[in-house]
Each structure stands twice: as C-alpha cells, then as structure tokens.
Design a protein around this ligand. Structure first.
Ligand SMILES: CSC[C@@H](O)[C@@H](O)C(=O)COP(=O)(O)O
Length: 364
C-alpha cells in the first residue's frame, strides 16, 4: 500500500542483505519509525511487544526470525531453539505455528552451510505468498461487496457502510490486509464506501492503525467507540461487517480480537451480514471447537488501566485511567461461533463457515 504516496510493505530485507526492517506499530499513528531487527531475539521481541502484530505479519516476522537465527548459527540445535523461542512469543494467531513449521520443513533436510541462504529465500517467498493471498481475498470480497451495494443502492443508500473491528488491514499483513483488502478494492474502483472503525480497546488497533491506513489511502471512515456498533446496526447504518481472524477452526469457529463476538451477535440480531476474511494459513485444521480449544492470550493489565496518546504540545505520553488498586482483566481475543458468521472469504473463494464449506474449498 502507499505511505505518503510510496508503495510500502510492512516487512522487508535491509540493504545489508541480512537484517530485517519493520514499522514500529506501537508508534502509529503519531510517528513513523522503522526498526531494524538484527537477531532472532530481536524478531521475537518485535512479535511479543507488538511492534508488529496481526496474524499474517506475526507469521512473516517469525519466518525472518528463523532466517536471522540461521545466519547466527545454522546447527540443528539452534534450528530447534529458534523455533521454540519464536513460538513462545504469542499464543493465539496460528499463523505463527504455520510459518515456523514451513521454515522447519524447508531447513531441516539441508546441510547447515546451506540453511541461512535457504531461510532468507523461504521467508521472502512466504511474504510474497501473503501478498498474493490477500489480493485474491480482496477480489472475492469485492464481489460480495458489489452484490450488497446493488441491494443497498436499490433501497436508496448513497454509500456502502462497512463496520470493521481491530486492524486486519495492510499493517496486519505483508500488504493489502485481509478484511480491508475488499474495502481498498471497492474504493479503488471508484465505488462509494464508508467504514465504521471500532476503536478496539484496550490497544486501540482500530483507532490507531485502521484509521491511519484508511487515511493514507483516502478511504472515508469514522472511528467509533467499541460499544456503538449495535446502535448503528439497529438504525440501518451498517450494511455489512467484515473482520479478520487469528485462528479459525476446521468447523468455522472464528477467533479474533476481543469484542468481535459482540459485533457478530449484534449483526445476527439485526440481519446484517457478518463476513470473516482469512488466508488459509489462519485455518487450524486440528481444531473443532473454538471456544474450548483455542488458546486466548492474556496480556498485561496496564494495557487496560493506561492509555497512550499525543498531548496538545505534541508529546507522546501515557496516562492512567483507573483508580489505584482496581484490578483489570485483559483477554486479547474471543471466539465467534460459526453460526454467527455469514461466510468466510478466503484466497480460494467464499464458503459457509462450516467444515464442509472449508473442506470444499481446500480439499482437506
Ligand atoms: C489480518 S489480521 C487478523 C487478526 O490478526 C486481527 O484482527 C487481530 O486480531 C490482531 O490482533 P493483534 O493483537 O493486534 O495482533
């Protein structure tokens, strides 16, 4: 996507051909800062501390983390140690496990002296695949968006109103995004669209990241507090919802950023289509019951008790919003049962959120 008019990805190889560069997403929307990762440990820290985040970008960063590890020490022992270290960074997005497995499968059969070069190649290919997958998701989503727009236009609507939660855009992937890819494609065709952006407490991925990237691309949008969506749906102000996912079970249960489930319930109650966009590496074919089986990340309570933003004088500062002594809970994700999902949008096409639907597309 374009940043200040320049095509940019979220992760790339540095000019030295060994280090890896990323955008520090903790600084957005207030500052644009590029960080250079020089070791596997730094790649792991980038994932854990959410300098990068979003399921596909977590996978891509882990893949480059393995490449950095092989440049440091390409022994069998380090291959396993790097895998284990990176795997422990965040528990919910299954793309992490998928990417690490892809790297292991590529590297383990090779002699140690060939592993570093092969690892950089595989990591780069994995990033290119992510871009292609997301572009294809955008195309399939675009067809659905156009169908909905035809209905809404006939009913007198002036624009397609889309609600999204968290950030499943360009910043969450290598490029394009998953849930935002159809939005960009629809907008690029000159069709009228407006996006309701859930702020997405506690870390505000919607207010800080989705709003920032929609701004960069010029897509009309409005940031809303997380509890507004139900009201908008009751008043016919949302034509469809679309979100990404960190892990979707083989049966179609969708795990995504905390609060997604409540939006799906509101959409169901109001007859608003609720779509989930996902690349195939986000499907966990080993799981059936998302609520019982998907590990839900719990993060530090300070993400709830504190807020960071820019003051009137331009300083970036953190403030506390809760009384001293009040504990806070910080679950990062929730699971939306498949029955509330209108359809899944994948790189292979659109399917019902069912085992048969996914198996039909992927032949699994
Ligand atoms: C294409 S991204 C889909 C999800 O990864 C996204 O919606 C999300 O929940 C990200 O969570 P985060 O905690 O910011 O990594």
């Amino acid at each position: 996507m374009n940043v200040n008019g320049t095509p940019t990805r979220t992760i790339w190889l540095a000019d030295d051909g060994r280090s890896v560069q990323i955008i520090d997403q903790t600084r957005l929307p207030h500052a644009w800062e590029v960080i250079t990762l020089r070791s596997m440990a730094e790649a792991a820290r980038a994932i854990k501390d959410m300098w990068v985040r979003g399921a596909p970008l977590i996978g891509a960063t882990a893949a480059y983390g393995m490449a950095l590890a092989m440049a440091e020490d390409a022994s069998d022992a380090n291959l396993q140690a790097a895998h284990d270290h990176l795997y422990a960074t965040r528990p919910t997005a299954v793309n992490l496990r998928w990417a690490l497995q892809a790297m292991q499968d590529c590297l383990r059969p090779l002699p140690a002296d060939q592993r570093a070069a092969a690892a950089y190649q595989r990591a780069a290919a994995l990033c290119d695949e992510d871009v292609e997958i997301n572009y294809a998701i955008g195309g399939h989503g675009l067809t659905l968006f156009k169908q909905r727009w035809t209905e809404r236009k006939a009913a007198g609507a002036e624009r397609l109103n889309v609600l999204t939660h968290c950030n499943a855009g360009w910043l969450a992937t290598v490029d394009w995004g998953t849930a935002l890819a159809p939005i960009y494609r629809f907008f690029d065709e000159g069709l009228p669209i407006h996006v309701w952006v859930d702020e997405t407490r506690p870390r505000n991925q919607g207010a800080s990241l989705t709003a920032w990237e929609l701004n960069q691309h010029g897509v009309p949008h409005t940031v809303i507090p997380d509890n507004v969506g139900g009201h908008l749906m009751q008043h016919g102000m949302v034509d469809l919802c679309i979100v990404g996912t960190d892990r979707t079970t083989a049966s179609g249960d969708v795990c995504n950023k905390i609060g997604t489930y409540l939006k799906a319930l509101a959409a169901h109650d109001n007859g608003v289509p609720f779509y989930v966009a996902l690349p195939s590496p986000t499907i966990d074919w080993t799981l059936d019951d998302g609520i019982k089986e998907i590990p839900i990340e719990e993060r530090d309570a300070t993400e709830v008790t504190q807020l960071t933003g820019r003051t009137a004088s331009g300083q970036i500062e953190t403030i506390t919003i809760t009384p001293a002594g009040s504990p806070a809970g910080n679950w990062g994700f929730d699971v939306t049962p498949a029955r509330y999902v209108t359809a899944l949008i994948t790189e292979k096409g659109v399917c019902p959120a069912t085992r048969d639907g996914l198996a039909g597309l992927f032949g699994v």
